[in-house]
Design a protein around this ligand. Structure first.
Ligand code: SF4
Length: 619
């Protein structure tokens, strides 16, 4: 039996050091982690390590979430001192995080907790349950422990979901229905959840499954029952959380908030008030306004307004992330909210126009506006949203000051034009006969298409808080590097056939997008192979799957995927180097948070879904 981790407890960062010092140099995210996801075999060892995690967690500064690197470092040290192998690192990180947040989960009433269960706990052969939009609809047949756990949790008032996936969980949290998460999952799922849930500072606890083989797995049932039964009591610790800011960003787009922040000029009915008649039920003059407002509040992650609010908050004391109770929603002056709102309004306009240009059929689970109302009307709605975006800021010059409003409008206009240049370059390439492309040109298009909105969101937050000062150039470079790295990751995700962006691996090739992968392939292949690649994109006789298969072979021959990963690493490191120099600490931590969440990627050689990211152009 190993001894208590006194060395580790003694050497843990003190609260002041942990909060004031810059984190150590950050690691590349691209690495294999499967060897780090072993589960301690015996119940006795699991109990002993859990006890150590509780002791260590009690010594940690809980005023802010640990970064993933910090948590891994603590976990490794704990294992080293316990004489246990590094293979348990992933398991220890989950247990450590649970102990870190135990008292804050306890401070949330069970009716505001979400209990998550995985389907793989079910009895695989004979389970009579169906799936609905909320996951597995357990029939409580008694053949597995799902029914027991679910029954216990529901009796206590929990909301229960038998499903997996951090995007849906984050959505539920941001929508304000729950304030803490307790769950059971395998270490593969929990590894991804750590990126999304833990980094955001959401109170959570989890029990790892005893295996990750996705069929008839098992779990320490007593642990799960104990976790469900965590009694409600006040907590002395309050960890900083970005959820308060995410909620503030999201809530600006509820119908009532929209009407308050951007009163309708025509004061007409909302689309939801015309009993299914759609625009036909509206005063014709109020129709454009109603459709535009409906689209503005329809969906998405509202990541751009979140960034503006978060930057503003970080530069004005960080009160919005302060641990003021899990249910807290950060508050801002209406002028600040309107400026943040304007960026989403431009984004929504670009989505309407993008959908026309790509003739996409669906958006936010509904028919696209141009398919529903016709292209001319959709173009007009997009134009209306652009006008509304500018108006949201220009009308605030009285409160913000004319110079502040002018600077924000200037950064929005700049972003708007750059985005159009990037989109224009992509469309011109798509419609051109010559499909040659240099990697540098692909990267320029990426920088124009992805970074400007991000840059405008950052700039707006800075300018709302004061002068640009020394932030201008670092912000610009940060946005550029993060945007380019994100776009390359997105393209790599396309080749994994991820369900978030495209259903078919290699779909960007068929869609005719000028990707850096394509450019790297052309740069690396022999002249004969280049000709074959160019011919494949225009070949409409060969079935798509055969063409994609051959493109993949040629990409592999040119070492495209590895080169693209190296490009992501390079841009990520540049973004991190900028973040390292940013002051004050609240802003620096926000930058790290943005890097970790925007550039969240699956471990090398472990193809998984690319999780929803903050910068997705599709959200
Ligand atoms: S208890 Fe529920 S989940 Fe388990 S096998 Fe029966 S119906 Fe399926």
């Amino acid at each position: 039996m190993a001894t208590a981790p006194t060395h580790l407890a003694d050497s843990l960062p003190t609260p002041s050091a942990q909060s004031a010092e810059k984190p150590q140099k950050r690691k590349s995210r691209r690495r294999k982690t499967s060897h780090l996801k072993q589960v301690p075999e015996s119940r006795e060892l699991r109990e002993s390590l859990k006890q150590r995690c509780a002791e260590v967690a009690a010594k940690l500064d809980k005023s802010r979430p640990l970064t993933k690197d910090e948590m891994e470092s603590v976990a490794r040290q704990l294992l080293q001192e316990a004489g246990e192998p590094e293979g348990f690192v992933g398991w220890i990180m989950v247990v450590l995080a649970s102990e870190f947040y135990r008292d804050q989960v306890a401070s949330v009433p069970p009716s505001r907790r979400l209990f998550l269960l995985p389907h793989c706990l079910k009895h695989a052969a004979g389970c009579p349950a169906d799936y609905d939009e909320f996951g597995l609809d357990c029939k409580t047949c008694g053949a597995c422990s799902i029914a027991d756990f679910r029954g216990l949790a529901e009796d206590m008032g929990y909301k229960v979901l038998v499903a997996e996936g951090s995007p849906i969980v984050l959505k539920i949290i941001v929508s304000g229905h729950v304030d803490a998460i307790v769950g059971v999952a395998c270490l593969n799922v929990l590894e991804k959840a750590i990126d999304k849930i833990l980094l955001a500072g959401i109170p959570c606890m989890a029990v790892p499954l005893l295996s990750s083989d996705c069929r008839n797995t098992s779990v320490d049932e007593e642990w799960v029952n104990d976790m469900i039964r965590v009694e409600q009591q006040a907590s002395s610790s309050k960890t900083r959380s970005y959820v308060h800011l995410m909620r503030a960003a999201s809530q600006m787009f509820t119908p009532d908030a929209l009407d308050h922040l951007a009163p309708r000029l025509r004061g007409g009915k909302r689309l939801s008030e015309v009993n299914g008649q759609g625009v036909a039920g509206l005063d014709p003059i109020a129709g454009t306004e109603a459709v535009a407002y409906d689209f503005l509040g329809r969906g998405g992650k509202y990541s751009r307004p979140f960034i503006t609010l978060a930057v503003y908050d970080a530069l004005t004391g960080g009160h919005g992330t302060a641990g003021d109770g899990a249910a807290h929603v950060a508050e801002f002056h209406d002028s600040v909210r309107r400026a943040a709102m304007s960026i989403e309004t431009f984004h929504k306009a670009s989505l309407v126009h993008d959908d026309i240009e790509d003739d996409d059929a669906f958006r936010y689970g509904d028919e696209t506006l141009h398919r529903k109302l016709g292209t001319p009307t959709a173009i007009n709605v997009g134009d209306y949203l652009i006008g509304l975006g500018y108006r949201l800021v220009s009308r605030e010059s009285g409160h913000l000051g004319a110079d502040v409003a002018a600077d924000i409008l200037d950064s929005l206009a700049d972003a708007h034009m750059k985005l159009c240049e990037g989109q224009g370059a992509e469309l011109l390439w798509r419609d051109a006969k010559d499909k040659r492309l240099k990697p540098i040109d692909a990267l320029k298009i990426y920088a124009l298409k992805t970074s400007p909105a991000f840059e405008a969101a950052l700039f707006t937050g800075v300018r709302l808080a004061g002068e640009y000062g020394d932030y201008r150039e670092p912000m610009k470079q940060f946005a550029r590097n993060l945007g380019v790295a994100f776009q390359i990751l997105n393209d790599l995700g396309d080749w994994q056939g991820d369900s978030h962006n495209k259903m078919t691996a290699g779909g960007d090739i068929l869609g005719g997008r000028p990707t850096v992968l394509w450019a790297l392939a052309l740069a690396g292949l022999s002249p004969e192979d280049q000709e074959e690649l160019l011919a494949l994109i225009a070949d409409d006789k060969t079935p798509p799957d055969k063409r994609i298969q051959r493109v993949r072979q040629l990409f592999n021959a040119a070492d495209v995927f590895e080169q693209a990963h190296r490009l992501v690493d390079k841009h990520q490191q540049r973004a991190e180097a900028i973040a390292d120099q940013i002051e004050p600490e609240h802003l620096r931590r926000l930058f790290y948070y943005l890097i970790d969440t925007v550039l969240d990627r699956p471990a090398e050689a472990e193809p998984t879904l690319v999780p929803a990211t903050l910068l997705s152009s599709n959200d």
